[in-house]
Design a binder for this molecule. Structure first.
Ligand code: ARG
Length: 587
């Protein structure tokens, strides 16, 4: 197997048309050849229509000129026809298509290149808050961020995952004080009933602490002194805080393990990590004149964003009481990621309500000279998870939904549909497949909806065997694997002289476009494009399998078709892998 990149045919055809443009009309050299897949031929170029005006000619005449130029130097092109007002319908030789497939099959990377080589990309994702239950919003950032980490890593970027845990702040003073005053409160995982986690216990205790804080001024005072003790490093207070962080992280880890995400404990670099850098950041920003005093606080007034009152919106750099908050931490964080981690791409996967926060952080970082031209910083926003009623997802009683319960539910429903489809599976195998199908279903439902939009969490639809679902794609993969097993999983050679049938051709051209789909996700940071690609691929396979015999075909057709099956199975498995979804052998 070789590791060479296999250029997609669409790109090769685009190069040929570009050359034809430069040849026929030198003044148009460098223009976009406007190539896409076509119903009427393999590819279509709309360049003549797009460029006729600039060339001061009729589109049909320009199309003729390009077609003539292509006749001299065809590249991978068998036939060009001018159609309609000036479209070029382009057909590629069968042999070229077969050779593409053979080259992709021979490559462990399916011939996909590494356009992100040399990039160092920080992805900030998941980032739940200590002593609080993870909610469905954290599920989205965890799933989307993880898929982006996989895609960008595959495309050659050096990915640095950062789990910016909410592990610092005044609320911990309150909670620690409350725990000290209520030694009978249970919250360590080993004291809890099975099925309850330390974070849900802490979440409740935190609520109780908050209520006491609001109701009892003396407790409020003691809590404030605790905040000071925490910030000045009082050993007993710090020990307590560390215990709370460790217990919460254990609960988060359970979710991560269940989801099968890449995040490791080393990726946890929470807000507390930046604590020792905050004063220095404030000094730097103040000395540069970017941060200014306002009503006793230190703020940065935005030059881009205005608040509801029409005045420049402020970032809170230092509160009037001398404390630091979320804004200061994110300023220290961006400086650290640029100066210390030496990243040239910074991605923040959080819900869309934080858009202005990040816009202002990036603006401040640019003004401070940290964020320079060669570095890209982007907020990767996502919409809200809605319940079946179209309102933000809550339990029936209006509380936040525990993620573990949600995953249990998805797995239970996946188990039921898988069992119905295949009653033969023994209990162990059914459990294993149900876990893969249920978790895959939740991830796929999230990733396949357009990221910015809100999406409705509908478990029954997610685990359906039909439609654009994870289960459908996993099932499509198992069907192909079963065909290949029946054939004895042979090493096949492709005979490129075999004539392609239309359904084979459609499938082959789709397979050839895998790298293009993945690269698009790397550029747009929209995993739903990969989902759409895999769904189309699975459907092209179905059409192929309905119209072409595989196992019963004569050689060399049989081997070529087995090769199509192999490449489809591998592409589906690989693509699901980039979404963080496993592809079982049977289901
Ligand atoms: N902990 C925050 C939350 O739950 C998300 C943190 C996102 N990352 C960041 N660098 N601000 O909303």
């Amino acid at each position: 197997m070789t590791n060479h990149e296999v250029l997609p045919l669409l790109g090769q055809v685009a190069d040929s048309v570009s050359q034809a443009i430069a040849h026929a009309r030198p003044e148009l050299a460098g223009a976009d050849p406007v190539i896409r897949r076509s119903e009427h031929a393999d590819f279509q170029s709309n360049a003549a229509l797009a460029l006729a005006k600039r060339a001061r000619t009729k589109p049909a005449d320009l199309a003729q000129a390009l077609s003539a130029a292509l006749a001299d130097d065809r590249g991978p092109i068998a036939r060009v026809e001018v159609s309609g007002p000036g479209f070029l319908n382009i057909t590629v030789p069968d042999q070229v298509i077969w050779n593409q497939l053979a080259a992709r099959l021979a490559s462990p990377r399916l011939g996909v290149g590494t356009p992100h080589d040399g990039q160092r990309t920080v992805i900030d994702y998941s980032a739940p808050n200590i002593a609080k239950e993870m909610h469905v919003g954290h599920l989205r950032t965890t799933i989307i961020g993880d898929s982006l980490a996989r895609v960008l890593g595959f495309l050659g970027a050096e990915v640095i995952r950062q789990n910016h845990l909410g592990d610092w702040g005044t609320q911990f003073g309150m909670l620690i004080q409350y725990l000290d005053e209520h030694p009978q409160a249970t919250w360590h995982h080993d004291e809890l009933e099975p099925g309850t986690s330390a974070v849900s216990a802490l979440d409740e205790l935190y609520r109780a602490a908050r209520a006491a804080f609001d109701a009892d001024p003396d407790f409020a005072d003691r809590s404030r002194r605790r905040v000071v003790a925490l910030q000045s490093g009082d050993p007993a207070t710090i020990a307590r805080w560390k215990e709370i962080v460790a217990e919460s992280e254990k609960a988060f880890r359970d979710i991560y393990d269940r989801l099968g995400v890449l995040l490791t404990p080393e990726d946890s670099v929470g807000e507390s990590f930046y604590n020792h850098l905050l004063a220095d950041v404030v000094t730097e920003l103040t000395e540069a004149g970017i941060a200014v005093e306002s009503e006793g606080a230190i703020v940065i007034f935005s030059e881009e964003v205005t608040g509801p009152d029409g005045n420049p919106a402020p970032l809170m750099v230092r509160k009037r009481d001398g404390g630091y908050g979320y804004d200061t931490t994110d300023l220290a964080t961006i400086r650290y990621r640029i100066h210390d981690l030496k990243a040239n791409r910074l991605l923040y996967v959080t819900d869309s309500r934080q858009a202005l926060h990040f816009q202002m952080i990036f603006e401040a970082a640019r003004r401070a000279g940290w964020l320079t031209d060669g570095i890209e910083a982007a907020h990767v926003p996502y919409g809200t998870v809605l319940g079946p009623d179209g309102r933000p997802f809550k339990t029936r009683s209006g509380g936040t939904v525990r993620l573990m319960d949600l995953l249990d539910d998805a797995v239970a429903r996946a188990r039921a549909v898988v069992h119905e489809k295949n009653p033969e599976l023994d209990a162990d195998e059914l459990d294993r497949i149900a876990e893969q199908a249920g978790i895959g279903a939740v991830k796929y439902a999230d990733l396949s909806s357009s990221r910015i939009k809100d999406y409705v969490f509908d478990v029954d639809r997610m685990v359906s065997f039909t439609g654009n679902t994870g289960v459908y794609l996993q099932y499509a993969h198992t069907r192909i694997r079963s065909i290949l097993r029946r054939a004895g999983d042979p090493d096949v050679d492709i005979d490129p002289t075999v004539e392609l049938q239309p359904a084979e051709r459609a499938l082959a051209l789709e397979l050839d476009a895998y790298g293009t789909a993945v690269t698009e996700v790397g550029d747009t940071l929209e995993p739903h494009r990969l989902c759409g690609y895999l769904y189309d691929l699975a459907r092209d396979f179905t059409t192929f399998y309905e119209s072409c015999h595989v196992l019963g075909a004569e050689e060399p057709i049989r081997s070529n078709r087995l090769a199509l099956c192999q490449l489809t199975a591998r592409t589906l498995q690989h693509g699901l892998g980039l979404l963080g979804i496993s592809a079982p052998e049977r289901m």
